[in-house]
Design a binder for this molecule. Structure first.
Ligand code: IDP
Length: 160
């Protein structure tokens, strides 16, 4: 059954995707953006910034009790990062597949971490892991007016 409202809400799912400092210093910005763009996803927000320690701490607050947390916050806030919001059908789950496993050496070749990473503390990129964390992270990193609303011309060639 053709249900345009169901179709529209799945197509409009948003994920917070962030290239971490190692990804920037290694020159991987264009490659990473290219993968999401070529897949058919729509870029609705992007900025380069050096996050404050406070922002980095809040981003990873679920790991506050873990031994690697202080180092992780210091690393992220050393910056710069490229913070992005990508939109499209199943972008949260599929984006995580494109990113690969947390530990790059456990990531399949062909994924971003599988192709470019070795150590878990230098795994290049972050992607939201659920609808709830995507909403939290997008609100943490972007203001309400920073997300662009537009139709992608190629949309009708990506979606049936
Ligand atoms: P994810 O980024 O794949 O969602 P999480 O388990 O949420 O993985 O961990 C967040 C980030 O914390 C990881 O991407 C990685 O950079 C870092 N991290 C996770 N586990 C370790 C560890 O054991 N040592 C160092 N850093 C870690």
């Amino acid at each position: 059954v053709y249900a345009p409202e169901v179709y529209a809400s799945s197509v409009q799912e948003k994920s917070f995707i962030m290239i971490k400092p190692d990804g920037i210093h290694r020159g991987l910005i264009a490659d990473i953006i290219k993968r999401f763009e070529a897949k058919g996803y729509k870029l609705v927000a992007i900025k380069v910034m050096v996050p404050s320690k406070d922002l980095a701490s809040k981003h990873y607050e679920e790991h506050a009790q873990r031994p690697f947390y202080p180092g992780l916050v210091t690393f992220l806030s050393s910056g710069p990062v490229v913070a992005m919001v990508w939109e499209g059908k199943d972008v949260i789950k599929y984006g995580r597949k494109m990113i690969g496993a947390t530990n790059p050496l456990a990531s399949t070749p062909g994924t971003i971490r599988g192709d470019y990473g070795i150590d878990v503390g230098r795994n290049i990129i972050h992607g939201s892991d659920s609808v709830e964390s995507a909403q939290r992270e997008i609100a943490l990193w972007f203001g309400a007016g920073e997300l662009a609303e537009y139709d992608l011309a190629m949309g009708k060639w990506v979606y049936e």
